[in-house]
Design a protein around this ligand. Structure first.
Ligand code: FAD
Ligand code: NAD
Length: 481
C-alpha cells in the first residue's frame, strides 16, 4: 500500500511552497516534493524565484546600484570617494548568502508547519498516485493523496540562432553568475530579464547592447511609460535596438559574433558574453504520465479553469505552468486560493489586479489596465499624471525622473489602471493595487492623507490631477474622452 496524504504538492517554488504552507495551516496532512539541487548538489527550496530568479537578481541589482551611486551620484551630495573598485566575487558571495538564508528559511517554515519535504522528481500517475524518484539514490516510490497540486514552474526558452554553451552564451542563471564584468555584453530580449540583467552589468561597467525583436519597446506596459522608460535606459547607456531579429551566432575562443536583421538590413555585433532572455516555457513535460489523462494546452501550459482545477478532479495546477503572467506573487496567490478551496473555504485570485514591476532605476510598476487597452475598448476615461520632478522627496533623493499616471472611468471615477515610472515604484504600486482591489475612485485617494514629504504624495497629486486640481503642478485642461 502506498502512503497516503491529504495533499501532495509537486514543486516548491513560490507557487508550490506557499500552497503547501497554507494547506498545512488549514490542518491538511501535506507533502511537498521538489527536485531543485543547488551547486553543492543539496536540495534548495524556493524554486526559480529564490534560487536563480527574483532574489539573486534583486541582490545584484542592489549591489550594482550602490556602485553606480558611488561612482556617479554621491558627488552631487558632496561625497567624494577615491580608488573605487569592485570585487565581483564578494558581490556574488553576498548574493548567494541572501539566497541561502531565504531558501533555508523555507525549510524552517516547512518544519514548523509539519510539512513533509521530499527531495526528488514527482510525476502524476493515474488515480491521484504520484511516483517519486528520490534525488540522492534514485529510488522510486509511489504515494497518493486526495488532492494534488502541480507547481513545477518554468525554464528559459532556447532559440536555435543562439545555442547556449553555458560559458559565452548563457541564460538568466548564467548571467547572474558571471565572476567578472564582461567588457561587451549582448542580450537577446528586452523584457524584464533583459532590462534587469542589462542594468546590473551596465552599472558595473559593461557595454550593453540589447537586441529586441519587437518594434515596440515593453509592449505590455502603458505606452507613455514605455516611451519614457526607454529614454531613461538609453541615457544610462543601455543600447536597446528594436526590431532586431537575431539570425545566427558564432562563438570564438573569447567572443561571440551575433548576426541580426532589422529595418536597415543585416548587421553583426561582437560581444564577450551573450545572454538569451526571450521568455520562459512551462515545465510540464515530465510532470505527468500519459495514463494520468492530464490535459496540457498547446505551448505546454497545464489546462486549468479560473480556480486552477485541471481536467482531473482533485488535481490542481498553479504558478508558471498555467496561464497568466509568470510572476512569483501570481503563483503564490494561486497557491493560497487552491489550498483554501481544498479546505472548503473561499479561494480566488483576481487576475485583473496583479501588479507588475521591473526593477530597473527608475523602476517601472503598474497595475490594472493600460491607456492603449482602455482606448481600444472605447471606455470613457480620465487621466491624471504627476511628475516626480515636482515631488519634494524625489528631489531630495536626487531621483526625480518619471511620473505617476492614474486612469479612471470618466463617469464613475473608479480607478482602472495606475502606471508608475520612478523611484521606489515597486513599493508605491501597493497603494494602487489596494485601491483597485477595493474598487476605489480617484476621489478616495484624494481624500486619503499622504505623509509629507514622501514619494506617495505623487500618487495623491496624480489622483488630484484626474480632475485637474493637482496642487503642486500647473493644471492643464481636463482630458476627457
Ligand atoms: P518555480 O519557481 O520555477 O518553481 C518550481 C519548482 O518545482 C522548482 O524548484 C523545480 O525544480 C521544481 N520541479 C519542477 N518539476 C518538478 C518535478 N517533476 N518534481 C519535483 N519538483 C519539480 N517574478 C516576480 O514576480 N518578480 C521578480 O522580480 C522576478 N524576477 C525574476 C528574475 C529572473 C532572473 C527570473 C528567471 C524569474 C523572475 N521572476 C520574477 C519570475 C519568477 O521566478 C517565477 O514566476 C516564479 O518562480 C514561478 O514560481 P513557480 O512556483 O510556478 O515555479
Ligand atoms: P519576457 O517575456 O518578459 O521578455 C522577452 C522579450 O524577448 C520580449 O520583449 C520578446 O519580444 C523578446 N524576444 C522574444 N524572442 C526574441 C528573439 N528571438 N529575438 C529578440 N527578442 C526576442 O521574458 P523574460 O525577460 O525572459 O522573462 C521571463 C519571465 O520571467 C517573464 O514572464 C517575466 O515576467 C518573469 N520575470 C519577471 C521579473 C519581474 O517581475 N521583475 C523579472 C524577471 C523575469
Amino acid at each position: 500500500m502506498s502512503k497516503s496524504y491529504d495533499v501532495i504538492v509537486i514543486g516548491a517554488g513560490p507557487a508550490g511552497y506557499v500552497a503547501a504552507i497554507r494547506c498545512a495551516q488549514l490542518g491538511l496532512n501535506t507533502v511537498c516534493i521538489d527536485n531543485w539541487l543547488n551547486e553543492e548538489g543539496k536540495s534548495s527550496l524556493g524554486g526559480t524565484c529564490l534560487n536563480v530568479g527574483c532574489i539573486p537578481s534583486k541582490a545584484l541589482l542592489e549591489s550594482s546600484e550602490h556602485y553606480d551611486q558611488l561612482l556617479n551620484q554621491y558627488v552631487n551630495h558632496g561625497i567624494h570617494a577615491e580608488n573605487i573598485s569592485i570585487d565581483i566575487s564578494v558581490m556574488q558571495k553576498r548574493k548567494q548568502k541572501v539566497v541561502d538564508e531565504l531558501t533555508s528559511g523555507i525549510s524552517a517554515l516547512f518544519k514548523a508547519n509539519k510539512i513533509k519535504k521530499i527531495s526528488g522528481h514527482g510525476r502524476l500517475l493515474a488515480n491521484k498516485q504520484v511516483e517519486i524518484i528520490s534525488s540522492n539514490k534514485g529510488k522510486t516510490t509511489t504515494i497518493s493523496a486526495e488532492h494534488i497540486i502541480l507547481a513545477p514552474g518554468s525554464r528559459p526558452v532556447k532559440i536555435a540562432a543562439a545555442p547556449q554553451d553555458d560559458e559565452k552564451i548563457v541564460d538568466s542563471t548564467g548571467a547572474l553568475a558571471f565572476q567578472s564584468v564582461p567588457k561587451r555584453l549582448g542580450i537577446i530580449g528586452a523584457g524584464a530579464i533583459g532590462l534587469e540583467v542589462g542594468s546590473i552589468w551596465r552599472r558595473l561597467g559593461a557595454e550593453v547592447v540589447i537586441l529586441e525583436a519587437q518594434d515596440h519597446f515593453l509592449s505590455i506596459a502603458d505606452e507613455q511609460i514605455s516611451r519614457m522608460a526607454l529614454k531613461q535606459y538609453k541615457s544610462q547607456g543601455l543600447d536597446i535596438r528594436l526590431g532586431a531579429c537575431v539570425t545566427a551566432t558564432k562563438t570564438h575562443s573569447q567572443t561571440v559574433t551575433i548576426t541580426y536583421r532589422d529595418t536597415e538590413g543585416e548587421s553583426t555585433l561582437k560581444v564577450d558574453k551573450l545572454v538569451v532572455a526571450v521568455g520562459r516555457r512551462p515545465n510540464s513535460e515530465n510532470i505527468y504520465a500519459s495514463e494520468s489523462g492530464l490535459l496540457v494546452n498547446e505551448g505546454g501550459f497545464i489546462h486549468v479553469n479560473e480556480r486552477c482545477e485541471t481536467n482531473l478532479p482533485g488535481v490542481y495546477a498553479i504558478g508558471d505552468v498555467v496561464r497568466g503572467p509568470m510572476l512569483a506573487h501570481k503563483g503564490s496567490e494561486e497557491g493560497v486560493a487552491v489550498a483554501q478551496t481544498i479546505a472548503g473555504l473561499h479561494g480566488q485570485v483576481n487576475y485583473d489586479i496583479i501588479p507588475s514591476v521591473i526593477y530597473t532605476q527608475p523602476e517601472v510598476a503598474w497595475v490594472g489596465r493600460t491607456e492603449q487597452a482602455l482606448r481600444s475598448s472605447e471606455e470613457k476615461i480620465k487621466i491624471g499624471t504627476f511628475p516626480f520632478a515636482a515631488n519634494g522627496r524625489a528631489r531630495a533623493m536626487g531621483s526625480a525622473n518619471g511620473l505617476v499616471k492614474i486612469i479612471t472611468n470618466a463617469e464613475t471615477d473608479r480607478i482602472l489602471g495606475v502606471h508608475i515610472l520612478g523611484p521606489n515604484a515597486s513599493e508605491l504600486i501597493a497603494e494602487a493595487t489596494l485601491a483597485i482591489e477595493f474598487s476605489a475612485s480617484a476621489e478616495d485617494l484624494v481624500d486619503t492623507i499622504h505623509a509629507h514629504p514622501t514619494l506617495s504624495e505623487a500618487m495623491h497629486e496624480a489622483a488630484l490631477a484626474v480632475d485637474n486640481r493637482a496642487l503642486h503642478q500647473i493644471n492643464k485642461a481636463i482630458k476627457q474622452e
